[in-house]
Design a protein around this ligand. Structure first.
Ligand code: THU
Length: 164
């Protein structure tokens, strides 16, 4: 018997000005698109901006529905948008921002389990890591080197994927 310990590492920044220009521009896109989220039920607006290897940025925000489970998180709107429009372009980074005018959002909002799983699918599809940047309305920014840090031991079974 043995115990196994896994550590998760991320970098914390006090403000957007400390990020490099590429990351701060991506975060600015996530912040901008959060403002137009459709969130009449939660009043919790999330924006996601994805930087592709070719330099293009693909965005998404949360879209709610009166039948609650029919809505979708910003991360999945953005990542499916990228998958639909740029199916063969690797994803370098996803920046995620959340805001609310009813509750304080003062610590990084990390993607829900379903979104982590979906982002991991795209990570497995490509050979390079997908960086994750998280920014709350107020408070520190967290940068993860790869989405796999947010979903350790993710389900992956090579044989399950049919070879075409
Ligand atoms: N939401 C996201 O868009 N991303 C997250 O990472 C967490 C939650 C959305 C779903 C719903 O529209 C609202 O935030 C409240 O849960």
């Amino acid at each position: 018997m043995r115990s196994v310990r896994k550590e998760i590492e991320f970098t914390e920044y006090d403000s957007i000005d400390q990020l490099n220009s590429s990351d701060s521009a991506l975060l600015a896109s996530a912040i901008e698109i959060a403002h137009t989220a459709y969130a009449p039920y939660s009043n919790f607006k999330v924006g996601a901006a994805i930087l592709l290897k070719n330099g293009e940025v693909v965005i998404g925000n949360n879209q709610e529905n009166i039948a609650y489970p029919s809505g979708l998180c910003a991360e999945r709107v953005a990542i499916f948008h990228a998958g639909a429009t740029h199916p063969n372009e690797p994803i370098e980074t996803i920046a995620i921002y959340a805001e609310s005018h009813t509750i304080p959002v003062d610590s990084p909002i990390s993607p829900c389990g379903a979104c982590r799983q979906v982002i991991m699918e795209y990570r497995h599809k490509q050979s390079t890591p997908i960086r994750v940047i998280l920014k709350p309305q107020q408070g520190n920014i967290w940068v993860f080197k790869c989405v796999s840090d947010l979903l350790p031991y993710a389900f992956d079974l090579k044989g399950l994927k049919k070879q075409n």
